[in-house]
Design a protein around this ligand. Structure first.
Ligand code: NAD
Length: 354
């Protein structure tokens, strides 16, 4: 039935609560059950949405009402948990990063293919209208030959973010796979490669400056792209109090800068600037924004709009038997780039990506 509603289960009820919220309003998808090993997290969410509650993930996967699973557990668990779900015939929406280990990611992709399920990764930045508009501009060729992409993520996370029952996996190599770059920065790295194409070589440095964690809270990298362009990337969670991501891309025929909202849209063929005025009026910062708390300083400020897009898209992909918007295969390169930055930082040498 083409218009049937797809039932989802959500595992991991930190960011997973955003999936629940999204599923409660999404068209063509609905929340059937939630799962968390911590009953104190599980029970209130199950009560709020009036759905089944599981502390045992394997048991949730046996629920025949569930066709899709949202995996929102700590990053180092994603691939293993997603593989079990795929083997049970469940479609997947996996939180970013898809996992922190490339070998596990490859095995997951093989499992997804073997069982013929759909698998998408949450990269909600790719669903933000101004970035979709920029992607269309880049793909149209109106920026000319790409010269550079430059991004800074000057965010802040308080010590408490890394502490407590649900904070201790963060900032660890084993479960977070990195710090400001792998966790917070993966959206930005994905954006860079989505816009500018594959990265062929990486030089990176990283360090821990302001937190008591294993992994870095500051990383910088120089990126060489397969198409010849050059890029720079900085991520941190130590820039008090946290401010907008800066994203600048330029080619032989123009430059666009987006500091969360559109700052400038300069094109050689926009001679009188009319297009830029229109674009900034539409995608520029809203007046009330100065007061707003953003995800730059508060991880709980992530909006649900992107997650609604992702669950609706996956449900539609399942019904129409098409690839999801952020198919799992497209989420791998960001992890490759990030791991190359860490490898380069450790060795002090440029890392070539195949
Ligand atoms: N898309 C975004 O912008 C965004 C934002 C924040 C976090 N995330 C991602 O979401 C994931 C979770 O991050 P978080 O901040 O919500 O972490 P969290 O620690 O707050 O939540 C993870 C939950 O998983 C549960 N869990 C762990 N192992 C489990 C198991 N075996 N079975 C059932 N439940 C289990 C924990 O009890 C916990 O409640 C991470 O991969 C992170 O990168 C994405």
């Amino acid at each position: 039935m083409a218009d049937r509603t797809i039932g989802f289960g959500v595992v991991g009820l930190g960011m997973g609560r955003q999936h629940c919220k999204a599923l409660s309003t999404a068209r063509g998808a609905r929340l059937v059950a939630v799962c968390d090993s911590d009953p104190e997290r599980l029970n209130p969410v199950a009560q709020t949405y009036g759905v089944k509650a599981y502390t045992d993930y394997a048991e949730m996967l046996r629920d025949p009402e569930i066709e899709g699973v949202c995996v929102a557990t700590p990053s180092g668990m994603h691939a293993d948990m997603a593989m079990v779900a795929a083997a049970a015939g469940k479609h997947l929406l996996i939180e970013k990063p898809v996992d922190i280990d490339l070998e596990r990611i490859r095995r997951l992709i093989a499992t997804v293919r073997q069982h013929g399920v759909k698998a998408a990764v949450v990269f909600q930045t790719r669903t933000i209208p101004v970035f979709k508009r920029l992607k269309a501009l880049v793909d149209s060729g109106r920026l000319g030959t790409l010269i550079g992409v430059h991004a800074i993520l000057p965010w802040y996370r308080a010590d408490s973010y890394f502490q407590g029952v649900h904070g201790s996996w963060r900032g660890t190599w084993a479960m977070d796979g990195g710090g400001s770059l792998m966790n917070q920065g993966v959206h930005t790295v994905d954006l860079i490669q989505w816009m500018a194409g594959p990265v062929s070589a990486v030089s990176g440095r990283f360090g821990v400056y302001a937190h008591d964690i294993e992994t870095e809270d500051k990383a910088v990298a120089i990126l060489r792209f397969a198409n010849g362009a050059l890029g720079t990337l900085t991520t941190t969670t130590a820039a008090y109090p946290g401010s907008d991501r800066i994203f600048l891309i330029h080619g032989t025929r123009g430059t666009v800068q987006i500091n969360d909202h559109l700052v400038s849209w300069k094109l050689v063929d926009d001679k009188d600037g009319a297009e830029e005025r229109e674009m900034v009026a539409f995608y520029g910062p809203p007046a009330a924004r100065a007061e707003a708390v953003t995800v730059a300083s508060d991880p709980l400020a992530v909006g649900a709009t992107g997650h609604v897009f992702h669950v609706e898209d996956l449900a539609e992909a399942i019904r129409d038997n098409r690839e999801p918007y952020t198919a799992i295969e497209t989420a791998v390169h960001a992890v490759e780039i990030i791991l190359a930055v860490y490898e380069s930082g450790r060795s002090g040498r440029e890392v070539i990506l195949s």
